[in-house]
Design a protein around this ligand. Structure first.
Ligand code: UDP
Ligand code: MG
Length: 308
């Protein structure tokens, strides 16, 4: 039996060897379970020495593989490439920065042996994260779980161990706009959730600033919910209703109080409000259209420059 470990890396030169060291601490467990190991580092167009570090490891240990992209395609593309290249009967994906502790692997694998199809992890604390970021992250999960049928767990990491069957299910979803957290929920299968305290990054800085996370959340919403579209129709109906009531009110006022011209300021307010709402709704429509546009083009999700 083979265990594939997928590690997406973007400028992680210090973490590549550190991760390898940490992973090898599982060697006794792997032997006990009769598992062979392959570690696939997916270099997402790093500008530092990440590729050189992986090559060094590959020269030393043939179980280490490298897939290097032609440029930065984003973590989701890295994960997808890893899944495509993995040959394992079991596949696990982990961040390079050791925020997904490899020491959890034996416990995770024990659940797979019990018959679970996938073992997922979530962090119960957000220690070391800016409070504003935690607040918006929680808000995102709250909204998302209201507007999407796909279940998404608050604090879920991408750290997951799964069987070949689940991996093949994920690979069968070849969409361009990949929101992996949603894809995991969408494919289903029996999932065991493990909880752990947040671990801070070993070396380097996070690659996700607030703006990137905001755009990522919009990707998630458009990929796994059509409620915003329904919302814009609903707002349209609401505004028509309000307009109808206002018209009746004005007619009554005109007939009984003979006051046809007053109300210019209120008119301006109404025009501004209504046009604002219209633009907002067109914007929502545009979001979905732009995602559809990118899907229809069927561009490759990533391009490989080098593979070892
Ligand atoms: N990553 C990547 N491509 C990117 C950004 C990040 O492959 O464009 C990798 C990164 O190297 C790390 C993982 O995705 O292994 C998670 O990134 P990070 O630790 O910066 O995110 P955070 O843990 O802060 O959410
Ligand atoms: Mg991290």
């Amino acid at each position: 039996m083979l265990l594939s470990v997928i590690v997406p890396c973007y400028n992680e030169e210090e973490n590549v060897p550190a991760f390898y060291e940490e992973m090898l601490k599982n060697e006794a467990f792997l032997e006990e379970e009769g598992l062979d190991l392959e570690i696939i580092y997916v270099d997402d167009g790093s500008k530092d020495k990440t590729v050189a570090e992986v090559k060094k490891l590959h020269a030393k240990d043939p179980r280490v593989h490298l897939v290097s992209f032609s440029r930065n395609f984003g973590k989701e593309a890295g994960i997808y490439a890893g899944f495509q290249k993995a040959k394992g009967d079991y596949v696990v994906m982990m961040d390079a920065d050791l925020q997904d502790p490899p020491s959890l692997l034996p416990e995770m694998f024990s659940y797979i042996k019990q018959g679970y199809d996938s073992v997922a992890t979530r962090r119960v604390t957000r220690k070391g994260e800016p409070p504003i970021r935690s607040f918006f992250a929680r808000l995102f999960y709250k909204i998302m779980n209201k507007i999407s049928k796909t279940e998404m767990m608050d604090g879920a990491r991408d750290y997951r161990l799964m069987t070949r069957q689940v991996v093949d299910a994920i690979l069968s979803m070849c969409e361009y706009n990949r929101f992996t957290k949603g894809i995991f929920g969408w494919v289903g299968y029996e999932t065991k959730w493990l909880e752990y305290e947040n671990v801070e990054r070993a070396h380097g800085k996070t690659k996700f600033n607030f703006w990137k996370l905001f755009l990522y959340s919009i990707d998630g919403i458009t990929a796994f919910s059509t409620v915003p579209l329904a919302l814009s129709s609903f707002m349209g109906v609401l505004f028509c209703l309000a307009a109808f009531i206002a018209i009746v009110g004005l007619i009554v006022k005109n007939i009984f109080f003979h006051d046809p011209v007053a109300g210019w300021p209120s008119l301006v307010c109404i025009i501004l409000l209504v046009s604002g709402v219209q633009l907002f709704c067109v914007g929502i429509l545009g979001q979905y259209l732009s995602k559809t546009y990118l899907e229809v083009k069927k561009r490759p999700i990533y391009l490989v420059k080098e593979e070892l």
